[in-house]
Design a protein around this ligand. Sequence first.
Ligand code: SAH
Length: 232
Amino acid sequence: MRTAIVSAMHEELSAVLALLPDEQKQAAAGRDFWVGHLHGKEVVAVLSRIGKVAAATTATVLVERFAVDRILFTGVAGGIARGVQRGDVVVADAFMQHDLDASPIFPRYEVPLYGTDRFGTDAALTQELLSAVKRALPSTRLHRGLVASGDRFVSSAAESQALMRALPDVLAVEMEGAAFGQVCRDYGVPFAAIRTISDRADDAAHGDFLSFIDDVASRHSAAIVEAFLRAA
Ligand code: SAH
């Protein structure tokens, strides 16, 4: 069983790599993939890079070249739904692309030829991840539900409110998850994702995001990955 651990940011990846006693670097598609063990389990850790296309390439290489059996994504996101606050953790049940619009040929948000606008995460893996988050961060507020991805850093109250009105069940917004969801569905590889809320996708988002990355995000990711693989 080979588990891919994917992070969106350098800070998160370094915290995860610090847990691996024996990682070896392998380059592919201009990325560094770190193959090693955590709690005796085989892992491949990599930076997804930012945005949906970069994420899709990373996911494809993980499956085709590194033959991973499952993919776990940890990163940060902007809170959209009321009550999803900085420091909270969102475990994704499903992902959609908030910037996809092939209407009127296909309904707004629908991914052409898939007949759906959302890709669910793997139920069993998501449950394991949820338990790991509870063990690793017992005092953190947890949410579970829909996360929206798009090739935009959402950083104004006007835009986040428009998103909330258009997609009332979206908890958080980020830039990679839906791409992983779609590639993993294409290949039938189980996928699960957590996002720590770094900002509220509002006018203060950029400053909040930067300070959060340094302070909290990397510790969160590493603690969750450690708890997950300890039990897996
Ligand atoms: N490199 C830039 C911005 C990084 S993009 C900088 O350092 O300022 C933000 C990353 O965090 C993406 O990988 C995305 O998935 C996530 N993210 C966090 N808050 C977000 C928001 N408000 N909107 C979109 N993505 C967000």
